[in-house]
Design a protein around this ligand. Structure first.
Ligand code: ZN
Length: 303
């Protein structure tokens, strides 16, 4: 496979710095197209900021503050996708009382385009997911859970193609192995399929549909010392995924990890912790013929 001309420019926005709008992307030419991907993971029902208890995260994070930041960015970017990598549910009394209704309604208001399914989405069983789906005005995408023998049949998409600013963006999702992590009664007849072979299928499907950019929403986890599949191993094993937006391990990456695999394919892996403490922002510049020229990745603090 031919190595693409791909430059990753990583910019770290440390805690305490304010979001200062768009950075001029060096190398962009007139006629180039922009696309920004905003992403979260493991928000864990954190609607309000963390409590004022003197802890490290006191008064920071939470979906209400996230909503302010997203609406500010929307005034500055005309071409945006807002994505989540799972575990929206569980973590505060809001989930215990309302079962995820507030989370999905808030995400809908923020204009989320899609989320994947984290292990905690199963905390109220398949029925708990089904009951909340009408509150989500965005897609749920997961490619390696086969829900065909469950009440979620046809409710979860294996992938979706978004068209933004003339760019075709293919998004698929990967969930973690449920056995041993989620009670059998909560996931019922959901079948877990091998993430690597499913990712290969998704890449070829999305390439055949002429996607210019392929994004994986992953709830596999960033990295494990064991042989268990994770985002870094996925990027090494499968060529063709431009961006892996991860979750599950609650990893705060100050800068993304760039994986160039044995075939020379370049993948950006990013993850932004938990509790809506950070928002990931990946700015792409595409040439006139829809080839990625530049990517700038940031992790914006939410406070
Ligand atoms: Zn989580």
């Amino acid at each position: 496979m031919k190595r693409r001309d791909f430059i990753l420019k990583s910019l770290i926005t440390g805690l305490g710095l304010t979001y200062s709008g768009n950075l001029a992307l060096a190398g962009a030419l007139p006629g180039d197209k922009r696309l920004s991907i905003l992403h979260t993971n493991d928000m864990h029902s954190r609607i309000d900021p963390f409590p004022d208890d003197g802890g490290r995260n006191a008064n920071q994070g939470g979906m209400t503050k996230l909503a302010n930041l997203v609406s500010r960015i929307r005034t500055e970017e005309d071409s945006l996708l807002l994505l989540d990598a799972g575990d929206v549910f569980q973590g505060t009394p809001y989930f215990n009382f309302y079962g995820g209704e507030l989370e999905f309604k808030l995400m809908s208001k923020m204009g989320y385009d899609a989320s994947t399914i984290g292990n905690h989405e199963f905390d109220n069983g398949l029925e708990g997911i089904l009951a909340q789906l009408p509150n989500a005005q965005f897609s749920h995408i997961c490619s390696n859970y086969d829900f065909s023998k469950t009440i979620l049949q046809d409710k979860i998409l294996p992938y979706e193609i978004f068209r933004k600013n003339g760019i075709k963006v293919g998004v698929f999702g990967l969930g973690i192995e449920l056995d041993g992590l989620v009670g059998k009664k909560n996931y019922g007849n959901t079948l877990y399929l091998d993430p690597v072979s499913i990712a290969e299928e998704m890449v070829s499907e999305l390439k055949s549909k002429k996607c210019d950019l392929i994004i994986c929403l992953s709830h596999l986890g960033y990295s494990y010392r064991s042989g268990k599949i994770d985002d870094l191993k996925l990027a090494s094993a499968v060529s063709g995924i431009d961006l892996i937006l991860g979750g599950h391990t609650h990893t705060f990456l100050d800068e993304p990890t760039r994986v160039v695999n044995a075939e020379g394919f370049d993948t950006i892996v990013h993850q932004v912790g938990t509790g809506a403490l950070r928002l990931g922002k990946v700015d792409f510049v595409f040439s006139k013929d829809n080839k990625v020229k530049l990517a700038s990745v940031r992790s914006l603090p939410i406070y």
